[in-house]
Design a protein around this ligand. Structure first.
Ligand SMILES: Nc1ncnc2c1ncn2[C@@H]1O[C@H](COP(=O)(O)OP(=O)(O)OP(=O)(O)O)[C@@H](O)[C@H]1O
Ligand SMILES: [Mg+2]
Length: 265
């Protein structure tokens, strides 16, 4: 069997001193996409932030294309205890290394720099992938694809991010993710809080991204949308995976609610 794209082995983490998720084991096979579905506040975003190295894993491993992205050693030597750990302890997991490996995280919420223009924002992303392929032809082909996917951004390219609508900002985030040439793209609630029209536009764009062969990890509350994108769905509650469902086994939204909460809601 080929090496999986991503493996999580016994991954635990949270915000010191509160543990948010524990013992997450997961495999994303090459070419596959997976979805996460679960109640609010149960740790989906925290797990994604740990996979991409924004947060330090507490225990366990993140393995991408057979390479462990986190360093094994937990802490520095005791004699450094009196110093500020954030300064003297090397990070166990570095988000730059993760992104350069091709694991790209489009985070939940509106996290663009407000004073940067669309064009400036999108000019940074390709730098992440620059080490993996030096050809400028590849980069301009990628720019063209992303331009075709989000024509709206072309019109807005000189606008500052803070003047964009929520949907347009989400498009900028996803476009930036694509320009980093992902081997695996994490989309955390990409359509949350959008107007129906923009939501539809964005859903179509994400389906096109999937159809172009980009493997995804998608978190979304719309099970119909998820089912169109993914091969495997994970139900996630109380900080761990409670169920794994192949696409053909994914039931209706109400039945999923019953699985999660014990009764139909
Ligand atoms: N920066 C933070 N510092 C401390 N606690 C946090 C922080 N961010 C989130 N939390 C807490 O961690 C828990 C899990 O939050 P998280 O955002 O991972 O959940 P989620 O499943 O993604 O929820 P949602 O579906 O609403 O996006 C919550 O109790 C939340 O209050
Ligand atoms: Mg979340």
């Amino acid at each position: 069997m080929s090496t999986p794209l991503l493996e999580l082995r016994g991954l635990s983490g949270g915000y010191q001193p509160i543990q948010i998720f524990q013992n997450v084991d997961l495999t994303v096979e090459q070419g596959a996409s997976i979805g996460f579905f679960g109640p609010n506040g149960h740790g989906k975003t925290t797990l994604m932030k740990t996979i991409s190295g924004v947060l330090e894993p507490w225990r366990g491993d993140v393995i991408f294309e057979g390479q462990r992205l986190n360093r094994a050693k937990a802490r520095g030597s005791r004699r450094w205890r009196n110093f500020n750990y954030d300064v003297v302890t090397p990070r166990r997991m570095d988000p730059k290394t993760v992104a350069r490996a091709g694991l790209i995280h489009v985070p939940q919420g509106n996290l663009l720099f407000p004073e940067m223009t669309v064009e400036e924002t999108l000019s940074i992303a390709p730098l992440v992938a620059a080490e993996r392929h030096q050809s400028s032809a590849h980069e301009s082909a990628l720019h063209e694809k992303v331009g075709a996917l989000f024509p709206r951004l072309q019109e807005r390219r000189n606008h500052k991010n803070r003047f964009l609508s929520g949907g347009e900002r989400q498009m900028v985030s996803i476009a930036a993710g694509l320009l980093a040439d992902p081997k695996l793209l994490i989309l955390d609630e990409p359509t949350l809080g959008l107007s129906p029209k923009l939501r539809l536009e964005l859903c179509e764009a994400i389906k096109t991204i999937r159809a172009a062969g980009v493997p995804l990890i998608v978190i979304d509350q719309d099970i119909g949308f998820l089912t169109e994108l993914i091969d495997v769905l994970y139900l996630f509650d109380h900080g761990s995976i409670s169920r794994r469902l192949e696409r053909a086994e994914i039931p209706s939204h109400d039945q999923l609610m019953a699985m999660l909460f014990g009764e139909a809601v």
